[in-house]
Design a protein around this ligand. Structure first.
Ligand SMILES: *Cc1c(COP(=O)(O)O)cnc(C)c1O
Length: 394
């Protein structure tokens, strides 16, 4: 391997860049996870995560695992095998969640949607009004494969209009802590995320926000479960302990990461993500390229998936970015492999980081054969960032 100077650049939608303060906080000697004062570290984490989720009642569970573990914990604790559930599929992550539900023996009604759009609210309302025995409604808040954000408040309204008493499950893995999320106000019963996206940590902690209604459902749910069982968690969590050994450095990192988020202010964090994303989108459009998101109502503030021109291979764009410019972009997954590449812009980033992403994307695109004007995307984003920051300073 050749030795090269300077930093590598990470613009994938997870794992995201870990701030220096968080990295340092994780460098701790191992300690006793049954120590009498262990709760001083963990109990405030549970409380603070509720604030990040916008959860008032209910409780938060932390599992050693990635976001996928929280998907599984949500399903296995609250449903019976054979239960009818409503899902939609419009990207690799919503696809995988539906696949998991099928593997757990649920009867899945899955609405297939074009990759580039999101949760089909009207279809949900119609299906819920016809199929009265649907026990669970699933929605992927931010489809990371296509850069599409869906309206979860509208999903709740559709459920209410159809007078559905199903539980609402939301995948917020690439939205929570970056895009506004209101678990209580939106009536989300199970909110799923992982540590390596908006929370700016390495992978390894699965986070699950659970409403009181979902906690009640878990008391009678018949799905087999063991490692993820809410009941075991509750028994130990109340005093700040876990039923098994938690990843201690990650818990210290999470303390530091939450401190950073609260110091900036959650509304300010969401505003920053919107501002950075808007600059990236303007840059992409200035290059004459289109987003995979099929309209502004679907635009994601954490990841932008860009349709590459017909004769250009999106996977090649990523390879060139990585090898020539030490910059990682997200490649297109499965159905959109080669057709898109993705710029992840969530977590510990600022305007200049995003300008670097655009600059590297322009070079990689041009090298891969795209007919674009070098600098046009960067210039458009610069214009936008200058104006947006002047407004902030005023
Ligand atoms: C990253 C991601 C996941 C999967 O998370 P892992 O932590 O890799 O298990 C699930 N859903 C969405 C929307 C994601 O972005």
């Amino acid at each position: 391997m050749t030795v090269r100077s300077g930093a590598s650049h990470l613009f994938i939608p997870g794992p995201t860049n870990v701030p220096e303060a968080v990295r340092r906080a994780m460098n701790v000697p191992m300690e006793d996870h049954r120590a009498p004062d262990f709760g001083e570290l963990t109990l405030p984490l549970f409380e603070d995560l509720k604030q990040v989720l916008g959860l008032v009642g209910g409780r938060v569970f932390l599992y050693p695992g990635s976001g996928t573990a929280a998907w599984e914990a949500a399903i296995s604790n609250t449903l019976d095998p054979g239960d009818k559930v409503l899902m939609s599929r419009f990207g690799q992550f919503s696809h995988l969640w539906a696949d998991m539900a099928e593997r757990f023996g649920l009867e899945v009604i899955c609405v297939d949607v074009e990759w580039g759009k999101g949760v089909p609210i009207q279809d949900y309302e119609y299906i819920l009004s016809k199929e009265r025995d649907i026990k669970a409604v699933f929605a992927t808040h931010n489809e990371t494969a296509t850069g599409v954000t869906s309206d979860i408040a509208a999903v709740r309204r559709a459920m209410d209009t159809a007078e559905s008493d199903a539980l609402l499950y939301v995948d917020g893995v690439s939205s929570i802590a970056s895009i506004d999320f209101q678990q209580e106000a939106w009536g989300v019963d199970l909110a799923v995320t992982g540590s390596q996206k908006g929370l700016m940590l390495p992978a390894g902690l699965a986070v699950l926000g659970v409403s009181d209604k979902a906690l009640d459902a878990s008391k009678t749910a018949a799905m087999p479960r063991c490692y993820f069982d809410f009941a075991d968690m509750i028994k130990t969590n109340d005093a700040g302990y876990f039923p098994y050994t938690p990843p201690l450095p990650l818990l210290h990192g999470m303390r530091a990461s939450l401190d950073l988020l609260f110091a900036e202010g959650l509304p300010q964090v969401f505003e920053r993500h919107h501002r950075l994303a808007e600059g990236v989108r303007r840059g992409v459009h200035a290059l004459g390229l289109e987003l995979r998101a099929r309209g502004p109502e679907w635009y994601s503030d954490t990841v932008t998936a860009i349709d590459v021109p017909e004769h250009v291979d999106g996977t090649e764009v990523c390879k060139i970015g990585y090898h020539r410019y030490r910059t990682s972009f997200g490649a297109g997954l499965t159905k959109v492999a080669g057709k898109v590449f993705r710029i992840g812009h969530l977590g510990d980033l600022n305007e200049v980081s995003c300008l670097a992403a655009l600059a590297a994307a322009e070079m990689s695109l041009a090298d891969a054969g795209a007919d674009i004007e070098l600098g046009a995307g960067v210039a458009a984003a610069q214009e936008y960032y200058r104006k947006a920051n002047a407004r902030l300073a005023a």
